[in-house]
Design a protein around this ligand. Structure first.
Ligand SMILES: Nc1ncnc2c1ncn2[C@@H]1O[C@H](COP(=O)(O)OP(=O)(O)OP(=O)(O)O)[C@@H](O)[C@H]1O
Ligand SMILES: [Mg+2]
Length: 294
């Protein structure tokens, strides 16, 4: 509680001093999962902030707790005791987080019995937008998401990339000023992915929502981000917070500029370091990575 009070007064002090209060702030969040008789530490004292209108990308080795962190921020998973989450400087208890943030989960979670249009409106519908209104909005947005003509198709009739675009459209239609996107372009081919990145930056620059974006792709993290956060091997914590000093709008050719290449080298080294640790700890864990050794 003392920590929360300190955080609250720091938000108030920020305002008095004319500094911006972060849109979202994660303070000392940890998470353990039960694993048989033992517990598995997934996150350890995660601290981060995202300012209003900022686009922050998050990279880290597989299994380091990125999706777990997102599930906590969106209110789907309760963190361990002790940490706190703040939105606009206000402490939000874990059981009050649901619905505060638009979220695209790592798996697309499309409902097979709903059409593209009806999948896209799902979150908006749950949010209370009348189905007819939501459908009209979705119909108008299909083109923008590269889904023109597919409104009446079902998920099983779509390619993986199209399914991800439907999930992305659903997240956008849930109109919140904070968006958490968990590897939204993971299943896209390189060309579609590059087009979607540029498209996302275009939409973001028009709407200026606050975005926290998970990716495994360092190029993508730099190209999209104002800052790149690097997570350590599990238990995940924020190991580095690196600004991207590249002006916007960013042309695709920016990836060949020295500042980009230099940043990429540094980030790759940091992530690789953590991936090696993650791999080593997997090898030390009985039954992990041994192909079922007796
Ligand atoms: N519900 C759960 N119960 C038990 N363990 C879990 C649960 N969810 C995640 N874990 C474990 O917590 C750790 C972190 O998982 P998480 O999915 O957050 O990683 P990640 O960084 O998103 O990985 P990836 O990059 O592969 O998506 C993993 O060891 C995972 O097995
Ligand atoms: Mg994940």
């Amino acid at each position: 509680m003392a920590e929360r009070t300190a955080e609250l007064s720091s938000a108030a002090a920020d305002q008095t001093a004319g500094r911006t209060t972060p849109k979202i702030r994660v303070a000392g969040i940890s998470k353990h999962f039960a694993a048989g008789q033992k517990t598995l530490p997934a996150l350890a004292d995660v601290n981060l902030h995202v300012n209003a209108g900022e686009f922050v990308t998050l990279v880290g080795p597989s299994g380091c707790g990125k999706s777990t962190l997102f599930n906590i921020i969106v209110g789907l998973l309760a963190p361990d005791e002790g940490g706190a989450l703040f939105i606009d400087g206000e402490f939000v208890p874990a059981d009050h987080l649901l619905g505060r943030v638009a979220f695209m989960p790592q798996r697309d979670m499309l409902l097979p019995w709903r059409t593209v249009l009806d999948n896209a409106i799902l979150a908006a519908e749950i949010d209370g937008v009348p189905r007819r209104t939501a459908r009209q909005r979705a119909q108008a947005a299909l083109d923008r998401f590269g889904l023109a003509g597919f409104g009446q198709h079902y998920p099983q009739q779509l390619s993986g990339g199209m399914r991800q675009r439907v999930a992305l459209m659903r997240t956008f239609m849930f109109e919140r000023d904070i968006m958490l996107l968990d590897e939204p372009f993971g299943a896209l081919d390189a060309l579609t992915r590059a087009l979607m990145q540029r498209w996302l930056l275009q939409v973001w620059s028009e709407q200026r929502r606050t975005v926290l974006f998970i990716t495994h792709d360092i190029d993508e993290a730099i190209f999209l981000g104002d800052r790149v956060l690097v997570m350590s091997a599990r238990p995940g914590r924020i190991k580095a917070d690196v600004g991207v000093p590249i002006a916007r709008p960013r042309a695709p050719s920016v990836v060949t500029e020295p500042v980009f290449v230099d940043l990429k080298r540094r980030l790759l080294a940091a992530v690789e370091d953590e991936s090696l640790k993650a791999f080593a700890s997997m090898a030390e864990t009985p039954d992990a990575g041994r192909g079922g050794a007796p």
